[in-house]
Design a protein. Structure first.
Length: 324
């Protein structure tokens, strides 16, 4: 059982690794000081930028600029690595602090891909539409980032420092992978680059998702999470021209190379409503959920045949996760 795993997250206190690594395709503003160093624009000309941020008492204290080719030296540790793509409405500070929380909660090393998803003085529908355009504008830089991770993996394998590397895309961040496939940008990326790819509470259209997802080959396993009562994704469906979202409501046909985990019975609707969308950040009842994400983020294969943890759905739409 998950809760008996000696590496279980629930048997350890939350860690305190104060250094977070960030890769960004935002425009750098040399006139700004400290942490407001990025304009709210996608940089399509200059190379990707790599930073380390340090935090103390939930406050960012310092940042350092690095060259992308020095990524292996910067990440000089033997912990499993998670590449995290945040969702809509996040400033760089927001993204860094979320990455820090994931890193310490799940005892791994994280690289946050910070992209332009927050307009000044604008929220809601207008911001969401602008963020989708920014993903389309910055898709080549996203591929550049994946190629850098590929080089990092090569160097680690050569040094016999093999680690698990997984990719988690949350909410609108999942649109990056949809565009990678539909824009025919997977060439040059190796098979099984990632142990796990996690489409977490995905804010992409559910309809016909299997057509593009079946083309993915850069992973050993794909996991897709959903919650029918996800407050944020229901809002996307109601207030935009988007259809039912992948992280909300599923319909056949499903992707042949993916595993679907339904959180509707385990999470459903609750207050505060953000928990219906960000249930991977802890604070949710049930050890199974935290341990599920611990194993996912550490590149492990989920044992879906364990009837104490999962139940296969009768409608053919994957598995329900159980709450213990």
């Amino acid at each position: 059982m998950f809760c008996q795993n000696k590496d279980s997250i629930i048997q350890k206190k939350e860690r305190n690794d104060s250094i977070v690594f960030v890769i960004t395709n935002k425009v750098f503003d040399s006139l700004q000081n400290r942490f407001s160093i990025f304009e709210n624009h996608t940089d399509t000309k200059d190379p990707l930028k790599c930073y380390t941020f340090t935090s103390q008492d939930s406050t960012l204290n310092d940042h350092s600029i690095h060259k992308m080719e020095n990524l292996n030296e910067i990440l000089n540790c033997d912990k499993d690595l998670l590449i995290f793509i945040h969702g809509d409405g996040k400033t760089t500070n927001n993204a860094v602090m979320r990455g820090l929380k994931i890193q310490n909660l799940y005892d791994l090393k994280i690289i946050v891909f910070s992209w332009t998803s927050k307009m000044e003085k604008v929220n809601g529908l207008k911001n969401f539409k602008n963020s989708k355009k920014n993903i389309e504008l910055g898709i080549l830089k996203f591929k550049e980032m994946l190629l850098q991770i590929q080089e990092l993996k090569k160097m680690r394998d050569f040094q016999t420092k093999k680690i698990h590397i997984s990719l988690c895309m949350h909410s609108l961040g999942n649109y990056y992978m949809e565009r990678m496939v539909k824009d025919s940008l997977l060439s040059g990326l190796h098979d099984e680059l990632f142990d796990n790819i996690i489409f977490n509470a995905a804010a992409v259209n559910q309809k016909e998702h299997s057509k593009w997802m079946n083309q993915l080959h850069i992973q050993k396993r794909i996991y897709i999470t959903s919650n029918k009562k996800d407050f944020n994704l229901n809002g996307v469906r109601v207030f935009t021209k988007s259809r039912k979202q992948l992280g909300e409501r599923l319909k056949l046909p499903l992707s042949e190379n993916s595993n679907y985990i339904n959180f509707t019975k385990a999470i459903g609707f609750m207050f505060p409503t953000h928990l219906t969308h960000t249930y991977f950040l802890g604070g949710i009842r049930g050890e199974n959920i935290n341990q599920f994400y611990f194993n996912l983020f550490h590149g492990k294969e989920i044992q879906l045949n364990d009837s104490t943890l999962f139940i296969r759905r009768k409608d053919g739409l994957g598995h329900n996760i159980l709450v213990n």
